[in-house]
Design a protein around this ligand. Sequence first.
Ligand SMILES: [Zn+2]
Length: 194
Amino acid sequence: MKIIVLMFVVMVLGACDGMIAHKKRYYFALTANGEKSRELLNFYFYKFNSNFNVDVLKFLPPDHHRSDDEVSTILMVPRMSEREGEDDGTLGWGQWRTCVKMSSFKTLLVSPHKMITKIHTMHLEFDVTRFTEWHYSDKLAEREQAESLFLHEIGHGFHLDHDPDKNAVMYENINDAKKNHQKYYDKVAKFLEE
Ligand SMILES: [Zn+2]
């Protein structure tokens, strides 16, 4: 009920987006057996953040005070493509989520016109077997595929859809085409600035 009411409020305010404050810093928790992949993921977090000179992606510190709806999650799945019983080739999954809250008193003091805060989070899943294999491979092409897989799934977390261009990071299949990172980062930058 609360969600429907809040969604309604947002729809009413939709025409004047200036009243909405966006939180687009992503704090990640690793679920299930994900701890073993922290170092690997940190490598890609760091590489990604360097492009923006700001920590867009971060791991949650152990003593955090964030509520569940402010936390992004990563699930590392062994042999993900076989999960549904048959090998469909799925190696990752990325889903954006948003949650709407009335702005805190602190936010209102700084920007009185930001009545509502939209908190953006994402949920990611990776085939840990393949991702790890590619990441530590001695073949450059495979290490590039690991990076493409990571960027592709967080791309969905930033509301990006598939791109029919085979050289795009957001092309629907992992292929060995050289990826156009600039185009990808420009799109993400646009989303982060909105
Ligand atoms: Zn996709």
